[in-house]
Design a binder for this molecule. Structure first.
Ligand SMILES: [Zn+2]
Length: 286
């Protein structure tokens, strides 16, 4: 019989694999827009310097603003959709990873996993679909900062603040991707648990350096299709996430994971939920 400590060791590798996938995918998805914004800012800054020799602001300020707005429009053109497509692929890879991880756990406890068709699930899909409009919003906010009044008052700092605002879109893509991937990983684990049959549950594995909220979920379990209750935290003064959820992520950049588990599966040593809880408490940062 397999030792429950070994299963927990295996499961606690899952967050690292999720993080690696996430970081690679986010770098791929954000690079085109980040580069385009940086190029636009460089061009705008160069023209600003040329046109402000002996002046506070460019003499033909509205013309300058139109030029910068065009640069930004060009930088943003098609980027939301592009990021959405990258995120879609990443979510699919996340689902594959989740299915592999859950299957490996089941195999380690000598359970046979019937073939399943893996898909990222609704939450991942929603996170992916929200990316273009989030990008668009930051784009519009950046454009709105480019006014004759703001550039007259703030000068070059005003110009730069529009680009800082534009760069928020990069962060929004990253967040959307992270949520999509972790959700897809969880969803695939739930598909595996379901395929394993009646009585098989989903057990929460907190990542090693998880926050107090996530640590409170370690070792809790639900039926596939059920929900973990909201509002948990090891620090009751800071219960921030109040909604019930089907699984990780508890928050963006949460890399907790779910594993299939049944109280009827034979393992040596303490039950998996107990072990996961103990380790979460041991890992808590002071
Ligand atoms: Zn977490």
């Amino acid at each position: 019989m397999v030792d429950s400590g070994r299963i927990v060791d295996m499961a606690q590798q899952h967050p690292d694999s999720i993080r690696t996938l996430e970081q690679r995918a986010i770098a791929d998805a954000t690079r085109p827009l980040a580069q385009a914004i940086a190029d636009a800012q460089r061009a705008a800054g160069a023209r600003w310097i040329r046109e402000t020799i002996g002046a506070q602001v460019p003499t033909r300020l509205q013309e300058f603003i139109d030029y910068v707005r065009d640069l930004l429009k060009h930088a943003f053109a098609g980027r939301g959709k592009q990021a959405q497509r990258t995120a879609e692929r990443a979510a699919f890879n996340g689902a594959q990873l989740g299915a592999r991880q859950a299957t490996a756990i089941a195999h380690a406890i000598q359970q046979t996993v019937p073939p399943i068709s893996v898909e990222p699930g609704q939450e991942a899909q929603q996170a992916v679909e929200a990316i273009p409009s989030a990008v668009d919003q930051d784009h519009r906010h950046a454009l709105a900062l480019l006014t004759t009044a703001s550039l007259t008052a703030m000068g070059l700092a005003g110009l730069n603040s529009a680009f800082t605002r534009a760069r928020r879109a990069v962060g929004r893509i990253a967040t959307g991707m992270a949520v999509a991937i972790t959700s897809a990983v969880s969803h695939a684990a739930s598909l595996v648990a379901r395929a394993l049959g009646d009585g098989v549950r989903l057990l929460w594995v907190a990542e090693a350096d998880a926050c107090d909220a996530c640590l409170a979920y370690a070792g809790l379990h639900i039926k596939p299709g059920g929900k973990f209750q909201g509002g948990l935290s090891l620090n009751p003064q800071r219960t921030v996430f109040i909604t019930a959820i089907t699984g990780p992520p508890r928050h963006p950049r949460c890399r907790c994971a779910l594993i299939p588990w049944s109280p009827n599966w034979p393992v040596d040593g303490p039950p998996l939920p107990t072990l996961l809880r103990q380790r979460a408490h041991a890992n808590r940062r002071p």
